[in-house]
Design a protein around this ligand. Sequence first.
Ligand code: TRP
Length: 409
Amino acid sequence: MSAEEASAGTEVSVVGKEEGEEQQVVNPWEVSAGKGGIDYDKLVDQFGCQRLDDALVARVERLTARPPHCFLRRGLFFAHRDLNEILDLYERGERFYLYTGRGPSSEALHLGHLIPFMFTKYLQDAFKVPLVIQLTDDEKFLWKNLTVEESKRLARENAKDIIACGFDVERTFIFSDFNYVGGAFYENMVKVARCVTYNKVVGIFGFSPEDHIGKISFPPVQAVPSFPSSFPHLFSGNDQLRCLIPCAIDQDPYFRMTRDVAPRIGYQKPSLIESRFFPALQGENTKMSASDPNSAIYVTDSVKEIKTKVNKYAFSGGQDSIELHRKLGANLDVDVPIKYLNFFLEDDNELEHIKKEYKEGRMLTGEVKQRLVTVLSELVARHQRARAQVTEEMVDAFMAVRPLPNMFG
Ligand code: TRP
């Protein structure tokens, strides 16, 4: 038995329980940090995934003949499972497909929601491979207090934001579970379900006996897009095609389960490339919450709102007075504007310059925030322009069950 299989049954994703210390909880429905933010090192060890090191990033750069995305070169995508196997086959001239998704629980996406899609867009362009995007409207119906109709409406609205990230319609299939589940997809779901006991999902996801069985039976829905035979209109006759899943690390439990089951039903295990979480404005210890609009920047925010939120709420690692700041400099480890620039300021030299000047007290928090406001305003304006161009016909085109004309072109 592999380490992955050995541990898969016992991993309720809770780590760190020393005296007086808060527990860190990470699963698809709950992310809460102990003091000092998420301990990603512990998480990698706990989950049993692999660290994404510089050598692997260099290999991606070499194979794709383009600079690695800044999310990759800055360690924001920091963990993986068998990414090297995907690169091996790509190097041999073989291809794979990408799979990612979103649970459509809210109308407006915040910046954190865009990260996996921006990164997936880069992967699609760099490797020139097909992509399937799952909208789990059923998951949100089961977990949130939404009607079926509302979940479906949100899925379609969110599809527009996803399309606005620039995906190529000739290589991309977007589907909502309520519309697509059936046929070969459903056959794979029951194959998976028969391999997973109640005890096992309790171990992996932490379900309790009071949870309704809708939740308990959901994981196969998110598992099977990892298998090409779930998409006969795309991959018919290509049952062993490998799959790479870009996602935030909180989705890992689903795919631990998937990888555990795959060989038992004659399928390939999907590979994963996993990101950190995008911090709330208030800092790493808190999380962005749909109920507190001041905890996040939304893609629908105006420049004025962005300015106010950054200036008022972004946690600063600067000192309390200018005199003290000039003397001691900023604490970059807790500074939210720097963390945000680390995601979205593409120019490596400028980023390094700002970090150095700020850390050594020559640059003030206000100046860093001002730069951040510009960077975010540009990003959000670009997104809003792109989304305004997305028509209902385009959504229909991406979501049509059809062969993709240019899959590996
Ligand atoms: N469960 C995810 C969410 O709530 C949505 C999702 C479905 C997903 N399939 C995925 C995310 C694959 C990443 C990769 O957002």
